[in-house]
Design a protein around this ligand. Structure first.
Ligand SMILES: [Zn+2]
Length: 265
């Protein structure tokens, strides 16, 4: 009887078939820290931190670089301060390997990132695929700029800006767009790496695509769920999730993450 009830309960849980198969596994945890900063925890326990600017105005935890218990890889899309953020401090404390383009990797090492954690194994460039525990991180194009500056290095080049496609083993395909406008290049993402289950998409406008652009991009990558980011951190990036929802016209689900609260995918 207990088994029958358990089977019924399981069937009830599985019932909403509108939820794509790759979601609902509930094993991959994505936490938004405001702006473009996220952590992704895979089913195997690998923790990736992306664009870790924990001091952003919408951050739930400005001291997260000092307190996050485990980070295995730090992914940085480009050299601007609002994306590099606390990468050096976080990498130094946690021992995380740095995944970014070669030039920005060298710049971050010059700024203090531990050199042994930023070698050929994890620095690459667009087209490269980096094995990161039970995830594969693919560097994809973004149309933006990527200058880097720090007290130690002064101003220097930060290589090509990029986005990341993260194929989680036994979990979703996650795409962090970085800062970019819509590009035709996005159309190759589902063709080469699989339809995107979770698109972490900049929607603020001014420096990046706006909500209408993000909706178009979501179609290009065949996104099932769009998580908006990089909006309203400052008045100059005014796009809203409601505008994104309207522009998508039901073609993908919008899921607004609550900063600091892990969401399952
Ligand atoms: Zn930015």
């Amino acid at each position: 009887m207990r088994h029958a009830l358990a089977a019924l309960a399981a069937a009830a849980l599985l019932a909403p078939t509108a939820t794509p198969a790759a979601e609902g596994k509930g094993k991959t945890e994505i936490t938004w820290y405001g702006h473009a900063a996220f952590t992704v925890k895979t089913p195997g326990g690998t923790v990736l931190a992306i664009d870790p600017w924990f001091g952003n105005p919408k951050s739930p935890d400005p001291k997260a670089a000092e307190t996050l218990p485990k980070v295995d890889y730090i992914l940085v899309t480009h050299g601007h301060f609002d994306h590099v953020g606390d990468a050096v401090a976080l990498g130094t404390r946690t021992g995380a390997q740095l995944i970014t383009n070669f030039d920005l990797g060298k710049a971050l090492v010059a700024a203090g990132y531990p050199e042994a954690q930023a070698g050929f194994a994890t620095l690459g460039n667009i087209g490269g695929a980096i094995q990161a525990g039970d995830a594969t991180v693919i560097m994809v194009p973004a149309v933006h700029s990527s200058g880097f500056a720090s007290e130690k290095t002064g101003e220097r080049g930060g290589g090509n800006p990029m986005g990341f496609v993260i194929q989680v083993k036994g979990g979703p395909v996650v795409y962090h767009t970085g800062d970019t406008d819509v590009t035709m290049d996005m159309k190759q993402i589902p063709e080469r790496y699989g339809a995107v289950d979770v698109m972490l998409a900049c929607i603020g406008g001014h420096f990046t695509m706006d909500p209408k652009g993000a909706a178009l991009a979501a179609g290009y990558v065949k996104a099932r769920t769009v998580v908006p980011m990089h909006f309203q951190t400052f008045p100059v990036i005014p796009g809203t999730p409601d505008e994104l929802t309207a522009a998508l016209k039901g073609k993908a689900k919008v899921r607004v993450l609550e900063p600091g609260k892990p969401a399952s995918f």
